[in-house]
Design a protein around this ligand. Structure first.
Ligand code: FES
Ligand SMILES: [Fe+2]
Length: 388
């Protein structure tokens, strides 16, 4: 978005107070797989916690544990990996990836209970993902997260090949905004209607992007939603047929992991991951990683990804200065905002505080809007779903 005025400085406390819990339950990307070598330990603060991410010395297994040693609290990031254990720098206790004490140099009596807290982690699609449970009591069994990230045979079988990644840095926003953005179909034309030079905010005069977005839940995978958009270019008032492309944006949980698949009829397909890691209540680390058909010209792939990137950037000033309206005033022709918020509740902690209760209740659809057209465009993805 091209800014004409300086950005309003909205107090963070005001913004934060308006939003739901900042760290919803779900999968989040911590790193690219190839950035973590065998035997390497990395300290990461995110999702309201402090973690160490480490890879075993003799194999490829990756683990995520609380950063601070259960013994006397040293930071395990200063330790080292010994075979399949992490060793604390303070008294040299060693822990397995599941958190069990494997060795104490000065004692044969090892604590029997699991000592260090470990988390579900997956090393797939070239990235390392952590499962975070927001209510801190359930789903933290490493073997049993409540849902998995999707298998993507096109990647595993090599039809789509790696073509690049981009660290977009940190942006000031609550994670729900990225998901709500897909259901807010009414903002597409006003905010994303101007075609821009890919990777930039420079408008191309006379060229408009025409969107036909449709948001849907997923019958088989209740933790997923999808946005299907048929996008085309309009040049000096005329639609250019060859530019028609169909895109599917899929959210695998509360906004931590998104895939964007776009098919250009004459050229092939691009698959882009966009990930958000909440490093603070209103701060997301954003990363892009993309794959494409092997025969697709790299320049074209960069153009497609850059086009998405430019559109994403248009939202940032809005997200960085807005509040969350618990009871939004919607028109009959708004997108399925309430349906999206009801879907999103599954990722929020089941807190019983009055504050949370009032926020949850306020997501109820206002009576006068229940039968309105605000649900138009919200459909359910059935059997013919894309498997990605
Ligand atoms: S603090 Fe980690 S071994 Fe003592
Ligand atoms: Fe947007």
């Amino acid at each position: 978005m091209i800014r004409r005025q300086p950005l309003p400085r909205v107090s963070e406390a005001v913004r934060l107070d308006s939003y739901p819990h900042p760290y919803p339950s779900g999968w989040y990307r911590l790193a690219s797989s190839d950035s973590l070598r065998r035997g390497e330990i990395r300290y990461i603060e995110c999702l309201g916690g402090q973690f160490v991410l480490w890879r075993e010395e003799d194999g490829d297994a990756v683990h995520v544990m609380d950063a601070h040693c259960p013994h006397l609290g040293a930071n395990l990031a200063l330790g080292r990996v010994r075979a399949d254990c992490i060793e604390c720098p303070f008294h040299l206790w060693r822990f397995t990836g599941t958190g069990r004490v494997a060795h104490i140099p000065y004692s044969d009596r090892l604590p029997q209970r699991t000592a260090a807290r470990s988390y579900p982690v997956r090393d797939m699609h070239g990235q390392i993902f952590l499962y975070h449970a927001s209510d801190d009591t359930t789903h933290n069994d490493p073997a049993q997260p409540p849902y998995e990230l999707p298998e993507i045979p096109d990647l595993d079988e090599g039809r789509l090949v790696y073509r690049g990644q981009h660290d977009a840095g940190r942006v000031g926003m609550h994670i729900i905004e990225f998901v709500e953005n897909a259901a807010d179909t009414a903002h597409f034309q006003p905010l994303h209607g101007q075609f821009r030079i890919p990777w930039t905010q420079i408008p191309v005069p006379g060229v408009q992007l025409i969107h036909s977005p449709r948001w849907m839940t997923d019958e088989e995978r209740p933790w997923a939603t999808h946005l299907v958009d048929e996008a085309g270019l309009n040049v000096l008032g005329r639609q250019v047929q060859r530019t028609l492309a169909s895109a599917r944006v899929s959210f695998w949980g509360p906004g931590g992991v998104m895939t964007f698949r776009i098919r250009l009829p004459d050229f092939g397909e691009v698959l882009l991951f966009q990930t958000h890691l909440p490093v603070g209540p209103l701060e997301q680390q954003v990363d892009f990683r993309w794959y494409a058909d092997r025969q697709m010209p790299k320049l074209l792939v960069g153009y497609v990804v850059g086009g998405w990137f430019s559109q994403w950037r248009e939202d940032l000033d809005i997200w960085g200065t807005k509040i969350y309206r618990n009871r939004p005033l919607l028109s009959r022709d708004d997108g399925p905002i309430h349906a999206m918020r009801r879907w999103y509740r599954q990722f929020l902690p089941d807190e019983r505080s009055e504050d949370t209760q009032s926020r949850m209740n306020s997501v109820q659809e206002p009576a006068e809007q229940q039968e309105t057209k605000s649900q138009v465009g919200a459909t359910t993805l059935g059997d013919n779903a894309d498997r990605s």
